[in-house]
Each structure stands twice: as structure tokens, then as C-alpha cells.
Design a protein around this ligand. Structure first.
Ligand code: T5A
Ligand code: NA
Length: 212
């Protein structure tokens, strides 16, 4: 018998706004379930918790918060679910995450906070085994419905967010940060996602890493 217990893979989907993260993560979850692979989906922000409700109110411009405060709330919202994520991974469940700490850093840095400060509260959160970054052009994003409903849906901010994501991605290897052209048909994007994720679902023997 092997002395190394295998664990589930931690898969994060990041990407620009309107890139299809939620669409793709739902398709992926269904396909994994169909294959009989134990899977659990998380979405950040998780607007259902007490902290999540504060974030939701801020994003809908129903409340005002200092930039540092909202950054820490986004991070706290991940920390309040981190133990559940770790337990599921240890039990062999594949964990999918719709946005994670990279969105946290990208948006707050784009607003003007320092990148290093923004990283700090997420230090030692579980690190994804792979981050799938869904990439689309600003023109494609615009064609998927106009910005304006929520606080960060403004083109100038989105451009800055894109730049910070680019900067973050350069710290990862090609195996741990995969950029996918999400400007194509849903099915084609889903096929690329599947090809990367499916091989990771057989159980991983390497220990879970920590950010950053
Ligand atoms: N945030 C988040 C922070 O500032 N800090 C943090 O730490 C975190 C975690 C809310 C905001 O919070 C910020 C970032 C955000 O500004 P959210 O709730 O994830 O975050 O935001 P949403 O508005 O839900 O997500 P997006 O707008 O980014 O959308 P998705 O999930 O990328 O895209 P999706 O799947 O909803 O699709 C968008 C539209 O496009 C269509 C869909 O049907 C839908 O209408 N579509 C396609 N159309 C054509 N071709 C395709 N291939 C398509 N795929 C999807
Ligand atoms: Na979404």
C-alpha cells in the first residue's frame, strides 16, 4: 500500500469580467459529476455569509467602505471557507473555485493599493494546483452585455485589472497558470478546460501548496 495518501485537486478559474468563468465552471462541474468524480464548487465572493453580505452590499453600491477594508473582507471571505476547502481536498474531492485570491489582488491593485500589501492577507491560503485564466478582449467583453450594474464594471478599471493579472501570471509556470482563449464558442472553451482538469482528478500525491 502506498504511504502517500492521494488528495483531490484544487482548480481555480480566474479571468476577466464576462469571460465566462461561471458558465465554464458550471459545465465542468456537471461533466465531472457525470464521470462520477466527487467535486465541490466554491464561488468568491461567497455572498451568502455575513461577510459576503457586506461585500455584496458594497459591490451594489449600497454601502461605502475604505479600499483597504473591502480588500480585507474579500480575503476574510476566502479564509472563512479555507478549512472546508482543505477538508474536501484531503478527503479526495476535486474542488473548483470561481475566482480566488488572484481576483482579490488584481482588483484592489487596479484601484491603487500596492500589490505587496494586497497579497498579505491571503498568505498561506491553500494554493491552487492549476489556475485557468479565461482571457477575452475588451471588445468581446462589451459584446456580452454592457458594464455598469456593479461597482467595478467600468472599462478603465477593467484595463488595469487585466494588466495586474498579466503581472501575477508571470510568477507561475506554464503548468500552474494556463491562459485559455475564452473568446470562442462555449463548447470549444469547455473542451480546453476539460483537457487540463480531467487528468488532475485521479488523485494527487503532492502536498497542497500555500499562497504565494
Ligand atoms: N472581486 C472578487 C474583488 O474585487 N476581489 C475579490 O477578492 C474577488 C473574489 C464580483 C466582483 O468582485 C470582484 C470582481 C468582480 O468585479 P463576481 O460575482 O464573480 O465578482 O462577478 P460576476 O459579475 O459574476 O462575474 P463576471 O461578470 O466576471 O462573469 P463571468 O463569470 O466571467 O461570466 P459568465 O459565465 O457569467 O458569462 C457572462 C455572459 O457571457 C455569456 C454568458 O451567457 C453571460 O451572459 N457567455 C458567452 N457568450 C458568448 N460566448 C461564450 N463563450 C460565452 N460564455 C459565457
Ligand atoms: Na461570474
Amino acid at each position: 500500500m502506498s504511504s502517500v495518501r492521494s488528495r483531490g485537486a484544487f482548480i481555480v478559474i480566474e479571468g476577466l469580467d464576462r469571460s465566462g468563468k461561471t458558465t465554464q465552471v458550471a459545465t465542468l462541474q456537471t461533466r465531472l459529476e457525470t464521470e462520477g468524480i466527487p467535486v465541490k464548487l466554491f464561488k468568491f465572493p461567497d455572498r451568502t455569509t455575513t461577510i459576503g453580505q457586506m461585500i455584496d452590499s458594497y459591490l451594489r453600491s449600497q454601502s461605502e467602505l475604505d479600499d483597504h477594508v473591502i480588500h480585507l473582507l474579500f480575503s476574510a471571505n476566502r479564509w472563512e471557507l479555507a478549512a472546508s476547502i482543505e477538508q474536501l481536498l484531503a478527503a479526495g474531492t476535486t474542488v473548483l473555485c470561481d475566482r480566488y485570491a488572484f481576483s482579490g489582488v488584481a482588483f484592489s491593485t487596479a484601484k491603487g493599493l500596492s500589490l505587496e500589501w494586497c497579497r498579505s492577507p491571503d498568505i498561506s491560503l491553500p494554493a491552487p494546483d492549476v489556475t485557468l485564466f479565461l482571457n477575452i478582449t475588451p471588445e468581446q467583453a462589451r459584446s456580452r452585455g454592457g458594464y455598469g450594474e456593479e461597482r467595478y464594471e467600468k472599462e478603465e478599471l477593467q484595463r488595469k485589472v487585466r494588466d495586474v493579472f498579466q503581472q501575477i501570471s508571470s510568477e507561475f509556470t506554464e503548468a500552474t497558470w494556463v491562459t485559455i482563449d475564452a473568446g470562442r464558442e462555449r463548447e470549444d472553451v469547455a473542451e480546453d478546460v476539460w483537457k487540463i482538469v480531467y487528468p488532475l482528478t485521479g488523485g494527487l500525491a503532492i502536498p497542497l501548496q500555500r499562497l504565494w
